[in-house]
Design a protein around this ligand. Sequence first.
Ligand code: FES
Ligand code: FE2
Length: 446
Amino acid sequence: MQFHAPTGQPTDRESTVHLIDRQRPGWSLEQAFYADPAIFALEQELWFPRQWVLVAHASEVPEKGSYIVRRLFNEEVIVARFGDGEEDIAVYYNVCTHRGSRLCTKDGRGRLLVCPYHAWSFRLTGELQSRQDIPEGVDPDALGLHRVPSKCFGGLVVCGLEQDKLPDIQPVADGLTPGLLENGINRARIVARKNYLTKANWKLVLENFLECYHCRPAHPEYYRVNGHVKVTATRDADKAEEWKNEVEAWHSVIGDAEFNKGAWEAGSLEAMPFAMHRKPIGSGRKTLSDTGESVSCLMGGRQDYDGGESGFRIGRLSFASAANDYVTLFQMVPLSATETDVILTWLVDKDADANVDPDAISWMWDVTTVQDKKITEDNADGVMSRVYRPGPYTPLESQTSFFVQTYLSELRSLVTGERSEPLTAWSAPKELFASSKAATKKVVNG
Ligand code: FES
Ligand SMILES: [Fe+2]
């Protein structure tokens, strides 16, 4: 079998496997993985269809009949609310079953989805409604919209490309929903959204997102605000001890050590990775804002600020961070071998004051993501040099290194059809997030 890249350059299975096998564990990848359209085409064919990703927040389709047009990898999809129940949201490919026109060109509301080309109309549940022009012998029931596999839980709409290639989503929904509800993500509204189109391969974007080694040199604001950076961005044993004590003291008051769930890197193609954790922001800060003071009302029925941040991993390309009074959703959307859209969405409680300040709410992650875009694009530029060679991941980049190993092993098994040995799941050092009971070992970062 041959894989044909958009450039017309075929990549045969043998040379792809050879390329994968010569990557050195614990080192960054060769240039081809970050730039070659043939590798991206392989990922599009084999790897992306296995991934569930965050596509929308349920509040974007607030009422029966609301629909929105969103992106799912290289596809355009319609997210439509067909009923009042929490899960009454269906997702369709934005492709008319008559001759393939885009069906919806913008977000809207209506009883039917009507194609602008020849006016075929479809119910919000996907069936073809207008049947008068269908030629004899053609079954109108077979002309319903193409359904996109989707799952709505805790206020998130999560989708994938192909039902029979996707891992089971139910364990993820079961695992994450209590934490999403606890943070009020199901009863939130959007206050801001920004795109950070990054001229870099999606793996470079993710590699950067999964490590905080760069946080000290690259993110002065993030470094100033977040106590955990003392551990994740430095090799300072005293600071690590100090942070461990702060986390232990915080958890002993908060009492939510059970919040640490899942594995940040699952290590198996058959399982969708998911995780959640809670940790204090530190230094008495109420929330992730410039001053540490509140920026909106409390979420999730909290009675008081506890100064914590909940982190969620939803599959490989979507994340969420919940401070006590606002939430940030992260979507990494691979567009091409050298371009990735990074979309951030900020949520507040649905009953929050209409005058909340979106700039104050988005400040932390906006300033940080602008910096991440710059450093990742510089990384992508350097990787294109004739002298670029893979370099070693340091202990402070252990999650990044693990992700790269998982990706290689998954791609290999998809190309060869051979099952690879699943890697052991990776979790952040317990001392970063866990209660004093769980935090018994000395901090060894990574
Ligand atoms: S393409 Fe949609 S009605 Fe013809
Ligand atoms: Fe960063």
